[in-house]
Design a protein around this ligand. Structure first.
Ligand SMILES: C[S@@+](CC[C@H](N)C(=O)[O-])C[C@H]1O[C@@H](n2cnc3c(N)ncnc32)[C@H](O)[C@@H]1O
Length: 281
């Protein structure tokens, strides 16, 4: 008798402290969200600090990098619909591996978020969903390739939410951030949960000004990045200290096709060289 081998599950369900579900990825060895609250993290680390809802203009466009379970988009659309704001919101999301529909189907909130989440589930299955006042496109594939295909839009907010830099360096390199910089409009704010020095340096090297993001729950403060908007600033001394720190050497991925191991190894080499130069001074 033959038995069909079971496909190993890539994700395990985790209930976070605000009662919302996250997924632990066996591939990355990490949960998708802070265990102190998955939905809370989306709202407080991304949507609110991006200040997208205080932007004027009839048509706003948000880039959601690393769609995952879609909580960043959900928190945005929920705030948007509760605000009764006129105009249209478009979300373009990038995701390498769409979460299986049955996992998204099992997520409920028992409030107005359920009908909005249904539209995100629809977009996860069909690539697109539209409702009164908003549209969402989920582009499937490597965000490094997808972002290069954007040539005619100005993005008003960017939720940058990959797995951690050490596990997912592909989306934390200077070269990827340069592409992100290219599509951002002048007052766009990029939000990310990382406070690592090499991530802040990568953002600065890509052209962004950086600022402090809020700290939520047990997590440290995040980072905000922008061309021209006001963000809680670092002092000149803090920036100088970052630049001289050996740990500030950023990830590089000049062709935007490097494998994770390659990107990690390149950084190690550059750190070794910088250390040698500093020792000689
Ligand atoms: C921390 S989770 C995102 C959580 C999500 N923002 C949410 O609100 O549920 C990171 C996501 O980034 C995706 N990802 C990782 N590398 C990627 C890449 N190169 N291109 C596109 N998506 C990627 C992963 O598949 C995963 O879904």
């Amino acid at each position: 008798m033959h038995t069909t081998p079971r496909t190993p599950h890539k994700f395990e369900k985790v209930i976070t402290d605000d009662g919302t579900v996250s997924l632990y990825s066996k591939e990355y060895g990490e949960a998708m969200h802070s265990l102190s609250g998955a939905y809370e993290e989306a709202l407080l680390k991304h949507v609110r600090p991006s200040r997208i809802l205080s932007r004027t203009g009839g048509h706003l466009c948000v880039l959601d990098i690393g769609f995952g379970l879609g909580y960043n988009s959900l928190a945005l659309l929920t705030e948007w619909s509760r605000s009764d704001r006129p105009g249209n919101l478009h979300i373009a999301a990038f995701e390498k591996e769409i979460v299986p529909a049955k996992l998204m189907d099992a997520i409920t909130f028992a409030d107005d978020r359920d009908s909005i989440y249904a539209s995100l589930r629809e977009a996860a299955v069909n690539g697109h969903a539209a409702r009164q006042g908003y549209t969402i496109d989920i582009h499937r594939g490597d965000a490094r390739r997808l972002i290069r295909a954007i040539d005619d839009i100005s993005v008003h907010a960017i939720f940058h939410d990959p797995f951690s830099p050490a596990k997912n360096p592909e989306l934390w390199s200077v070269d990827f951030f340069r592409e992100v910089y290219r599509v951002a409009d002048e007052r766009c704010i990029l939000t990310t949960y990382s406070s690592a020095t090499h991530i802040r340096m990568a953002l600065m090297e890509a052209g962004f000004q950086i600022g402090r993001g809020p700290s939520v729950g047990k997590k440290r403060e995040g980072t905000l990045a922008t061309k021209c908007a006001e963000v809680p600033p670092f002092t000149a001394d803090e920036i100088e200290k970052m630049k001289n720190d050996i740990k500030a050497v950023p990830y590089r991925d000049s062709r935007l096709t490097g494998a994770k191991e390659e990107i990690l190894a390149l950084r190690k080499d550059e750190m070794r060289i910088k250390k040698g130069l500093q020792a000689r001074q």
